[in-house]
Design a protein around this ligand. Structure first.
Ligand code: SF4
Ligand code: SF4
Length: 419
């Protein structure tokens, strides 16, 4: 058996209900949306009418409720791989962060189910290292969650596929960081990792299990972006999500390998052109919030409407950064964080109900108050569609409300000399 497993790219498993953009149809789902949501709704409409960012064509997708739609759940920190960018610095032996018991896992799901019915992504580490992973999944399915699994693929067998189906897991995500074995294995620090992923894909196809592929990029593998896209398409994936590393966990060691900001925009523009022509594969850059600015700028320049494909699986069609707004991570110790790359706790589900953490944590309330964002982001007319990567601001400046470090954009207010 190969060592290893991550899953660090689990954000891309955002499973969006078709109607979830529609404020009116969604009101009252899973409990009250709360007064903050309603105020935000009104503010969004007023802000967009005022700024006329995109001729008001995107209204419905902006009508965001701050409901937990997607939760990544680190069910173990143990992993059989040692990827260069791993957010949780996983290894096969982890001290100080033991797996919680099945009973505790069920209690946590009971607690969440009283308040919400999100997509729940079993993540890690490598979740397949837990013997009870499918018991957890089955319990979640029975609770009404849409269960997903984020695996590195190296431990997938015929038996795993049967268990995935029996637990009614809706989608599996895999990582592919190179179009060639050498690139992927180098990134994943494991010879044979590429072969493992390909083997898993083959098995998923044979068992008719829908899968999506996440690809993480740094300068090390960026040249392979177009080839990976072609490969993923040819493999029959439901979706491909391109992820620009957020320097968290082991990712901090490759700070000097991060895609520089000028190149970042180039890649996002490439993505925009490809996505425009793509009719089969769902694609969206993950955690590249200013992509949402770029698509609006490009569409405006071309005199086109922003046309959103009806994504069944998406990284969050409603806004660039969703951390603490629609998504969060629960780590193996029970700490609730805004997203998988944001190592700051809003509270712990061992001592506080998930509902209280979601609705009352100061951290989450700050992330939902876009007026409190600083510098360019705070003045930006795109803040409600983009928001900048709060985790990147946090890791690179120590202030999660600071300007997104990878964005070049000068907001209109700044160009016009307004404060
Ligand atoms: S300044 Fe901030 S909010 Fe505006 S586009 Fe850039 S990252 Fe997004
Ligand atoms: S802070 Fe937002 S954009 Fe950044 S990694 Fe988290 S969810 Fe993605």
């Amino acid at each position: 058996m190969m060592p290893g497993g991550d899953e660090c790219d689990d954000l891309a498993l955002y499973f969006h209900r078709k109607d979830s953009y529609h404020f009116a149809t969604n009101l009252g789902d899973n409990g009250s949306p709360g007064w903050t949501s309603k105020i935000f709704l009104v503010l969004s409409v007023v802000t967009y009418m005022h700024n006329d960012v995109n001729h008001f064509t995107f209204t419905l997708e902006q009508l965001m409720e701050f409901e937990p739609k997607w939760i990544a759940w680190e069910i173990t920190r143990r992993c059989n791989l040692k990827c260069v960018h791993c957010r949780s610095s996983s290894e096969i032996e982890i001290t100080g962060h033991p797996d919680f018991s099945l009973e505790e896992g069920k209690r946590i799901m009971d607690d969440i189910a009283q308040y919400a019915s999100p997509v729940l992504v079993l993540s890690g580490g490598e979740p397949l290292l837990r013997d009870d992973v499918f018991e957890i999944a089955r319990y979640g399915t029975d609770k009404g969650f849409r269960m997903c699994l984020a695996t590195n693929g190296t431990l997938v067998t015929d038996k795993t596929c049967k268990e995935i189906k029996a637990a009614d897991i809706k989608m599996v995500s895999l990582s592919l960081d190179g179009a060639k074995a050498a690139t992927h294995d180098n990134f994943r620090n494991q010879q044979g990792a590429f072969e493992g992923t390909m083997n898993a894909i083959d098995l998923f196809r044979r068992h008719d299990i829908p899968f999506l592929v996440n690809s993480s990029f740094t300068v090390r593998n960026r040249k392979e972006i177009p080839d990976i896209y072609k490969l993923v398409k040819s493999l029959g994936a439901t979706a491909w999500y391109m992820f620009m590393i957020v320097p968290t966990g082991r990712g901090e060691d490759i700070m000097d390998e991060l895609i520089p900001r000028e190149m970042y925009d180039e890649i996002l523009e490439w993505h925009y052109q490809v996505e425009k022509e793509e009719n089969e594969l769902l694609m969206r850059p993950t955690c590249a919030p200013h992509y949402y600015r770029i698509i609006r700028e490009k569409a405006k320049q071309a005199g086109e409407k922003v046309v959103r494909r009806n994504l069944k699986f998406s990284t969050g069609g409603s806004k660039g950064c969703l951390a603490g707004q629609l998504i969060c991570l629960i780590d193996v110790d029970g700490e609730v964080q805004p997203c998988s790359y944001f190592p700051k706790s809003a509270g712990n589900v061992k001592t506080t109900s998930f509902k209280d953490i979601w609705e009352k944590s100061e951290l989450f309330l700050q992330l939902r108050d876009f007026k409190g964002y600083k510098d360019s982001c705070g003045k930006c007319e795109y803040v409600s569609v983009c928001g900048g990567c709060r985790a990147r601001s946090y890791s690179m400046t120590g202030d999660f409300l600071a300007q997104e470090p990878f964005c070049n954009y000068v907001p209109l207010k700044m160009k016009n000399g307004q404060s």
